[in-house]
Unconditional design. Structure first.
Length: 334
């Protein structure tokens, strides 16, 4: 039997992935609710043949059991609490929270265990990353030494809402972008973080004094793996892709590089996993897709079954991200 779901808050295009995966699984959207800027909501409603609704109270219908949300980042925790109050499971775009207060509220909701909370931590569900995880778990690279992630992004400031440049509303570059990489670091290593340091720099847009456009973080895990994470908003406007994203893994017996998108040597749609070990020369590894999509994995939890991405994972990635943001040294280069 299909699920009926609704969308509360539609301010980022990432929610389209959730809608598409729900439709592919045969589920029906009861409507999109966006109280303020409805331009994206109108586009998605037209594209996916979904009604726009004037109140989120429409989703109090008991037939609606799941909510998706791409609200402004600092408003998502209130949507999560509304869903808990009314017994609706929820999938949110990343990040779920933007500060320590939101983190504590998220922890409280998860601790009460009344609803399932998912987050669009999409990187885990890429075939290249899934294949890398299998190789690490099989010991093909030996004991992990370091993981480096590089994630440049294209900004297109004219297309962004004013909230994107507000630290309070968006959370800032570490919270907004690096949460993917903190989650991957914890997942790939299977270890918690022992320490984290970070820096944010400002190199442009003086009209937005709270907007920091580049960030780096260094994490040391409990097992001694060094994680080096970098993100920026400086992919050139004329770039063929939103960012040339790479991931590098060093182990005691091998090395792997992931070219996730934007590599000029392959098509924009391709992902590439390269590996060399003490016993095998450099090779391009055949990719294995994950058994489930992110949304299907979340719906397993909704059905009372175990999921690959758990509440503890969502909370751990959020907590490490907030800790890095709080620890960040600021450098204004303008």
């Amino acid at each position: 039997m299909g699920i009926r779901y609704g969308i509360i808050g539609c301010r980022h295009g990432h929610i389209a992935m959730f809608i598409e995966e729900m439709q592919t699984l045969g589920h029906t959207c009861a409507g999109i609710y966006e109280a303020d800027d409805g331009r994206l909501a109108d586009q998605l409603a037209a594209k996916y043949n979904i009604p726009r609704v004037e109140s989120r109270d429409v989703f109090l219908d008991p037939a609606v059991t799941v909510i998706g949300s791409a609200a402004i980042h600092n408003e998502k925790i209130a949507v999560i609490e509304w869903c808990e109050l009314h017994g609706k499971h929820i999938m949110v775009d990343k990040p779920a929270v933007t500060d320590r207060d939101g983190l504590e509220r998220l922890e409280a909701v998860i601790g009460r265990g009344r609803i399932q909370i998912g987050m669009l931590l999409t990187e885990r569900f890429r075939p290249a990353v899934h294949t890398l995880k299998q190789a690490i778990d099989a010991g093909e690279l030996g004991r992990l030494v370091s993981i480096t992630m590089r994630k440049p992004h294209r900004l297109n400031p004219a297309s962004r809402g004013a909230w994107h440049f507000s630290k309070r509303q968006s959370g800032g570059i570490i919270v907004d972008l690096l949460i993917h990489d903190f989650d991957l670091l914890l997942w790939l290593t299977g270890q918690s973080a022992a320490s984290v340091q970070a820096v944010m720099t400002k190199n442009e847009l003086p009209e937005y004094p709270e907007f920091w456009d580049a960030a780096s973080a260094q994490v040391v895990t409990e097992g001694g793996v060094i994680g080096q994470l970098y993100a920026d908003w400086h992919t050139p406007d004329r770039s063929w892709t939103w960012g040339d994203c790479r991931l590098f893994v060093n182990g005691t017996a091998g090395f792997a590089e992931l070219r996730l998108c934007g590599d000029p040597s392959v098509s924009d749609a391709d992902e590439l996993l390269l590996r060399v070990t003490d016993s095998q020369p450099l090779e391009r590894v055949e990719l294995t897709p994950p058994p489930l999509t992110l949304t299907a994995d979340f719906l397993r939890r909704v059905a009372g079954e175990p999921g690959a991405l758990t509440h503890l994972d969502v909370l751990a990635a959020s907590a490490l991200t907030i800790a890095a943001d709080e620890a960040a040294v600021l450098r204004n280069n303008i």
